[in-house]
Write a protein that binds this ligand. Structure first.
Ligand SMILES: Nc1ncnc2c1ncn2[C@@H]1O[C@H](COP(=O)(O)OP(=O)(O)O)[C@@H](O)[C@H]1O
Ligand SMILES: N[C@@H](CCOP(=O)(O)O)C(=O)O
Length: 320
């Protein structure tokens, strides 16, 4: 379930007024998702009914939100298929609703795919590269808040729950990534706004050639290659073993590099970036798995999936 905050019709109608998009017809909670409360909201502008997506932010703070929402606005204006947030007359992209920050964004068509094909991988890779280019002139900056500093901070917290040999793997990978971040190879990688969580459930398709990206609430400024590695680690794998699928991988990398050519330096960093991307989600899933949860509302995602992927990438790619 992903409606943590309940709202009334009147409360929502009042909140919607400054957006000037029409009168509230109906709204209903969206069942999927794990981070925020989401609703489909239908408005009548006097001629048409249009459905939007309302998000009430359960965890993110008003300090963090401008980056995500301005990034989405910036990309949508440039024609990248992402939800467009709506501003009020003062230009505010979010305002309090039921005591929490909330935003209204455009509803995109399509649905996610449970079975990615090389054709899906190609269109996602191409659109990701177009998104990276379109984000270059975004004025606001916010680092990936789930980057190296966070991995280092989380290491002790999650190690406490792990058997010694698994804690050792975690320690060794964080140390390897810490050292890698100091190398000239890492420092030369192109950096910019990335989605940083472009998993299969965050891409909607009307057909395999037309992806739309949703859920920008882990976005941040990081290396573009890290963003590509996060995407590859979820799209181009055998889902039971975590091993890379050559045809899927080739389709995604070829399509990405048609728009943003990959350099020899990128290729040198690639193995460490795939490992970093696995480490990031292994840590967040471990944290979600072991932390005390309110009333066991949600089933945490399986951390061992990313432990497996990390081990596989480490055996394939040595530390640089
Ligand atoms: N802009 C959008 N257009 C269409 N559907 C959306 C949009 N935003 C969210 N959804 C739907 O809501 C679901 C949950 O949204 P998501 O942002 O992934 O939530 P969470 O961040 O809580 O995981 C998505 O899987 C999708 O079905
Ligand atoms: N993609 C991450 C979890 C992030 O949750 P989301 O539903 O907001 O994308 C994972 O699979 O661990």
């Amino acid at each position: 379930m992903a409606v943590f905050t309940q709202i009334t019709h009147d409360e929502l109608a009042t909140w919607l007024t400054p957006l000037n998009l029409g009168t509230l017809v109906e709204f209903k909670g969206i069942a999927s998702g794990i981070e925020n409360s989401n609703f489909f909201v239908t408005l009548n502008d006097g001629r048409h009914h249009t459905t939007y997506v309302l998000t009430i932010f359960e965890v993110l703070t008003p300090e963090q939100l401008p980056f995500y929402l301005e990034l989405m606005q910036h990309l949508a204006i440039k024609g990248i298929p992402v939800p467009r947030p709506y501003a009020d007359a003062q230009g505010q992209l979010f305002r309090p609703l039921a005591g929490k920050p909330a935003t209204l964004v455009s509803k995109l068509s399509g649905s996610d795919t449970a079975t990615p094909t090389p054709a899906h991988c190609a269109s996602v890779g191409r659109t990701l590269a177009q998104m990276h280019l379109a984000g270059r002139d975004l004025q606001r900056h916010q680092p990936n808040l789930r980057g190296l500093d966070w991995w280092q901070m989380m290491e002790d917290k999650v190690s406490a729950f792990l058997p010694d040999h698994i804690a050792e793997l975690l320690r060794d990978e964080v140390a390897a990534q810490t050292a890698f971040a100091q190398t000239p190879i890492y420092k030369e990688l192109p950096v910019g706004a990335g989605h940083c969580d472009l998993f299969v459930d965050n891409v909607l398709f009307t057909d395999p050639n037309s992806p739309s990206f949703i859920d920008f609430y882990f976005a941040g400024v990081d290396t573009w290659l890290f963003d590509l590695a996060v995407t590859v680690n979820d799209w181009c794998i055998d889902r039971s073993t975590g091993e890379l699928l050559p045809d899927h991988l080739n389709a995604m990398i070829t399509a990405y590099s048609t728009v943003v050519p990959l350099t020899d330096n990128d290729r040198s960093a690639w193995g460490m970036m795939l490992r970093a991307a696995a480490l990031r989600f292994w840590i967040s899933r471990l944290y979600d798995f072991y932390r005390t949860r309110e009333a066991a509302m949600l089933t945490p995602k399986d951390p061992t999936h990313f432990e497996r992927i990390l081990k596989s990438r480490r055996s394939q790619f040595e530390t640089i």
